[in-house]
Each structure stands twice: as structure tokens, then as C-alpha cells.
Design a protein around this ligand. Structure first.
Ligand SMILES: [Zn+2]
Ligand SMILES: [Zn+2]
Length: 94
């Protein structure tokens, strides 16, 4: 997160509404976000695992258009998808 600069003035965190202490501004894809802590920034900006839904604070694993928290989740999700395809195919054959 290199696009962070310290700000002063009467602004509040968009996650928890705290306006005490130092808030900072994050620009992401042309949108401006204001947070009071990295905890709030992480809560608002981090993607969620496509399988278990947990928040990704690390790199994650990208598979197709989906991001996963671990190889375990990526693997379980592709297995689930594969099973769905099989089910659909079986139904189509009926
Ligand atoms: Zn906050
Ligand atoms: Zn996961």
C-alpha cells in the first residue's frame, strides 16, 4: 500500500467512524477511502476467499477469476465445481 498519505482535519474512518487520532487516505482504482487504522483498511479493502470467505491479508492464490486464501481452498473449490459439472452432465443425460 504505497498510496497512503497522512491527513489532518475533521475526517473520519469510513469503517468504524472514528475521527480521533490520525486518519489516512487510500486511493484505490480512482476511489478515495479514509481509514484510521490498517485494521479498518484491511477490513474494507481486502478480498475474500472464494471458497471459505475469510479475509485475505496475504497474497492469496488466484485461480481463474477467483482468489483463495490457501491451496486447500482452491483445491476444494475446484473439486466442488467439478462435482457440479458432473451432476449437470448426469441430469442432461436423463
Ligand atoms: Zn476505523
Ligand atoms: Zn479460504
Amino acid at each position: 500500500m504505497g498510496r497512503i498519505k497522512s491527513m489532518q482535519g475533521n475526517i473520519s474512518c469510513e469503517v468504524c467512524g472514528n475521527n480521533q487520532g490520525q486518519c489516512f487516505e487510500v486511493r484505490l482504482g480512482g476511489e478515495k477511502h479514509v481509514f484510521d487504522s490498517f485494521e479498518c483498511a484491511i477490513r474494507a479493502l481486502t478480498p475474500h476467499c472464494g471458497y471459505c470467505g475469510c479475509q485475505l491479508t496475504g497474497h492469496g492464490i488466484v485461480l481463474g477469476n477467483t482468489i483463495y486464501c490457501s491451496y486447500q481452498c482452491a483445491n476444494d473449490d475446484s473439486v466442488r465445481e467439478h462435482e457440479q459439472h458432473v451432476l449437470l452432465r448426469e441430469r442432461a443425460n436423463l
